[in-house]
Write a protein that binds this ligand. Structure first.
Ligand code: SF4
Ligand code: SF4
Length: 395
């Protein structure tokens, strides 16, 4: 039966087209797919605006400009009608680390162990996009977003029936857990919308209790400024000394509030794409010596190109490695920390290396701090060395 204008099909064609697109998405490996009308893009704007106003977004510049960017996006898509929302699994299955817990090193959040998800997902989304265009014909328009367009993917995913937003602020698939990336295809096609699912957290508060930095200030409300993911990835400045001891061995990101979630604990199957397996990227744990002695941008890029760890940049990752070394209090890290304190050109890394030596506080660590104090000229680093020495001499 001819469809006529494919962007406004009849009811039956609309259902057929929507079903065909969903089947193709699942065939391509997307774990869940749903559709919302374009009006959903404006949903819960007040919640987001309130969150930004409260300062909880920290220095996330792209969040401050969110609404301005969204207005520009909508002005450029005057005939936007539907949004196809997709979930991509990256780490379900047993929660035990593949690497034995006694392996020293900094822990990497599950989503970041493999290849960079933007590139990986974009490749399959492009396939889906071509399929949609081929199915619907002209004048179909589509725009793919993987964290790239100013839309609230989690809100769209909830409205599209993929799952529900948990008290830890993550989108949770009732039968798949929360270790999923979200992506969206914005289109001028009129597709059949889905309905939200009737699931929620109930009386559970495990994630709020487990968060080591109390970043989940209340259910559904995350203070990004205290969140280890923000501190280790997005924040470029020195980390508040009061938060450093709470960061444990997380060198890039944090999974704690997802690990404790019953919806993840009962998910035993691992549907994650092979590009997100630890073997394909940075891995589950990073040896601290290797990171702390990485002095050049070339070496850093050579090691981490094509992985999410590029986002923290070399300086951020060395800073995080120093915090982890300080928290592990393992004297074996002293030579690498001492070398970073003397040789690293970036003051922020020297600051954190000094803090870590103060935490380890053996005679060797104290001597490394004293040697550095004689040579150091940067006031912020000198201050950090002096405070590390005070801490070390007290113990
Ligand atoms: S990611 Fe870690 S620090 Fe951030 S809210 Fe969850 S448990 Fe807390
Ligand atoms: S841990 Fe409990 S409260 Fe937190 S997101 Fe999971 S179900 Fe909801």
């Amino acid at each position: 039966m001819p469809r006529g204008d494919p962007t406004t099909p009849g009811q039956e064609s609309r259902q057929d087209l929507t079903r065909t697109i969903k089947e193709e998405a699942l065939r391509l490996g997307f774990q869940k797919v749903g559709v919302v009308p374009s009006s959903a893009i404006q949903a819960r704007r007040e919640n987001l605006a309130g969150w930004i106003r409260s300062g909880f977004a920290g220095r996330l510049k792209y969040m401050e400009q969110f609404f301005e960017r969204q207005s520009r996006l909508l002005a450029g898509l005057p005939d936007l009608r539907s949004i196809v929302v997709l979930a991509v699994p990256y780490g379900g299955g047993p929660l035990e680390e593949r690497v034995p817990p006694e392996t020293p090193g900094g822990r990497v959040a599950r989503y970041a162990k493999g290849r960079d998800y933007h590139r990986v997902i974009r490749k399959r989304m492009k396939e889906l996009e071509s399929f949609v265009r081929a199915q619907a014909g002209e004048p179909t328009r589509t725009l793919c977003s993987i964290d790239t367009a100013p839309v609230q993917e989690r809100v769209l995913a909830e409205m599209a029936g993929l799952g529900f937003i948990g008290k830890n602020s993550c989108l949770i698939l009732p039968r798949g857990g929360s270790f999923v990336f979200l992506a969206a295809i914005l289109t001028n096609l009129d597709l059949e919308p889905d309905r939200p699912v009737p699931w929620d957290c109930g009386a559970c508060t495990l994630c709020l209790e487990a968060c080591p930095t109390q970043a989940l200030v209340r259910p559904y409300e995350l203070d990004a400024r205290r969140c280890i993911s923000y501190l280790t990835i997005e924040m470029k400045e020195a980390i508040d000394p009061a938060l450093r001891p709470l960061m444990g061995d997380w060198i890039f990101g944090c999974d704690i509030c997802q690990q404790v979630c019953p919806y993840n604990r009962k998910t035993t199957e691992d549907h994650s794409w092979e590009e997100f397996q630890p073997e394909t990227g940075a891995g589950a744990r990073l040896p601290l010596e290797e990171i702390l002695t990485c002095r050049s941008e070339e070496a850093f890029t050579g090691r981490f190109a094509g992985t999410p760890l590029m986002r923290s940049k070399r300086v951020g990752l060395l800073r995080n490695a120093a915090v982890v070394a300080g928290n592990l209090e393992d004297p074996r890290h002293i030579p690498a920390l001492a070398a970073a304190l003397l040789e690293e050109p970036t003051p922020i890394v020297r600051q954190h290396a000094a803090w870590a030596l103060g935490r380890i506080s053996t005679q060797e660590a104290i001597e490394a701090l004293q040697t550095a104090l004689h040579r150091e000229t940067d006031p912020a680093v000198r201050q950090e060395i002096e405070s590390a020495l005070r801490a070390a001499l007290k113990t």
